[in-house]
Design a protein around this ligand. Structure first.
Ligand SMILES: [Zn+2]
Length: 346
């Protein structure tokens, strides 16, 4: 998961919400979302390419889908865009030099549980926490790597973090994948999975429209495998002395240990295949600066459906269509994930 950078209002809300209330709020809303979401179509044997920033995002977000695809005999490739060096910033023992090889081993062990061989796991090693700030040349290097992976796997589906997942590495990975897919030019389904956004469902700034289009996948047959894969990430889930708390707390992990995964599906190179919006609707659905705010502070959204990926590549998450009220995250608005979950920890 690594560091989370987020906009100041989100941090402020998290800090004013009592600790005991956080799991209850997110758990209740996620349960309601899962209940109302429609099911994803059946699993097929088309190759799946999973592209995520951090070593654990793939298991938490789409570990069940990975295992189901492997059970069907599909090829599954996994790419990590960052080196994962910064999940324990300031830890006296888990320095980046020690952490990077540890997290690599954990990723290979987790993916082994899910049926993915080492030969299909790719570490692209860009700076953890720095994807949104890549220089143009570095960004091109990463895009070239993504294009090579697209050529290698010719995936029928790509899994990436949700476009507004409240973490700059997650959002930037999504934007880069969409850009690479446009350059590649082949039809492919993109399946976005939310991680951090699941914990801000209650946010008055985060529109619910995106979530009405979410689809659920029944992974009950793979639940135990996914749980074992999560356990492989010891550096992320166990206390790492002298720190007394686990990096990812139980209520967070519980969200990803259930029988369902959530996905948002789109086909960026085949606009006409998108079932819920025409190109004209997409144009109208784009968030407008004059979206109004009602008495309770809730943005009255002008768009009835998801503002889908445009037919043109988005240059980056900060300039992508974003719900009104959500500020692009910046390096100045950083907070440690440990503060996010453990605001009183030293
Ligand atoms: Zn992550």
């Amino acid at each position: 998961m690594s560091r989370i950078e987020t906009s100041e209002p989100v941090v402020a809300r998290m800090k004013t919400t009592p600790n005991w209330l956080r799991p209850w709020i997110s758990g209740t809303l996620v349960a309601a979302l899962r209940q109302r979401a429609m099911a994803l179509p059946a699993i097929d044997r088309k190759p799946l390419l999973v592209i995520v920033p951090h070593q654990d995002d793939e298991t938490l977000g789409c570990g069940g889908l990975i295992a189901l695809k492997r059970r069907e005999g599909a090829t599954v490739g996994i790419a990590f865009t960052t080196d994962g060096a910064r999940s324990h910033d300031g830890h006296p023992l888990l320095t980046p030099e020690r952490l990077v090889p540890l997290r690599r081993r954990e990723a290979l062990a987790a993916l082994d549980q899910l049926g993915v061989p080492k030969s299909e796991v790719h570490f692209l090693d860009h700076p953890d926490g720095g994807l949104a700030d890549l220089a143009a040349a570095e960004r091109e290097v990463l895009l070239t790597s993504l294009l090579s992976l697209l050529e290698r796997y010719h995936p029928g589906q790509i899994c990436v973090p949700f476009r507004w997942d409240l973490h700059p590495d997650h959002e930037t990975t999504h934007a880069l994948v969409v850009e690479a897919v446009h350059r590649w030019g082949h039809a492919v389904e993109i399946l976005e999975f939310p991680i951090w956004a699941l914990f801000e469902l209650r946010s008055r700034h985060l529109g619910m429209a995106e979530f009405t289009e979410m689809r659920k996948l029944d992974i009950s047959a793979m639940r135990q495998l996914k749980r074992r894969a999560i356990l492989a990430y010891q550096t992320q889930i166990k206390p790492t002395p002298p720190w007394h708390h686990g990096f990812l707390p139980p209520h967070f992990l519980r969200t990803f240990r259930g029988n369902q995964e959530l996905y948002l599906s789109s086909h960026p190179n085949s606009v006409s295949n998108v079932p819920w919006a025409t190109e004209e609707q997409m144009e109208n659905d784009h968030p407008k600066p004059d979206d109004t705010i009602n008495k309770t502070g809730t943005a009255i959204r002008n768009f009835p459906s998801l503002p889908l990926i445009s037919a043109q590549p988005t240059p980056g998450p900060s300039s992508a269509a974003r719900p009104p009220g959500i500020k692009p995250m910046t390096a100045e608005n950083r907070c440690q994930i440990s503060e996010f979950f453990h605001p009183h920890a030293t």
